[in-house]
Design a binder for this molecule. Structure first.
Ligand SMILES: [Zn+2]
Length: 110
């Protein structure tokens, strides 16, 4: 179920791209994540990402040194697991403070 009730015309994906990266980083700090699992997790939060969007996002975060990938073998198949690097953990800590500062105002009671 979509917990966020929004119409498509009000959805501007560009507004959420950084937040989605931060959310991926958050989960990668807690446990190893993999692409499809993350797609399901984001869908649970109301963000429908295709593999064509999520995989490049993961690769970009790997290139930036935030995530480290490893291969997990399942018989003949294998999947890529991603974990936050120490730099990724530091980046999340800093980002949480910064996001809180910006979002505090969004949710200020007037
Ligand atoms: Zn989540």
């Amino acid at each position: 179920m979509n917990p966020v009730n929004t119409t498509n015309s009000a959805l501007h994906p560009a507004l959420y791209s950084g937040l989605i990266r931060l959310h991926v980083l958050h989960h990668a700090c807690e446990e190893p994540i993999f692409g499809l699992g993350m797609i399901e997790e984001l869908a649970r939060h109301g963000y429908k990402l295709s593999p064509g969007t999520l995989y490049p996002l993961l690769h970009g975060m790997e290139r930036n040194g935030l995530l480290r990938a490893s291969e997990e073998k399942h018989g003949k198949t294998s999947r890529k697991l991603y974990m936050a690097t120490p730099a990724g953990r530091r980046a999340l800590r800093v980002a949480k403070k910064r996001v809180k500062e910006l979002f505090g105002e969004l949710f200020e009671i007037k």
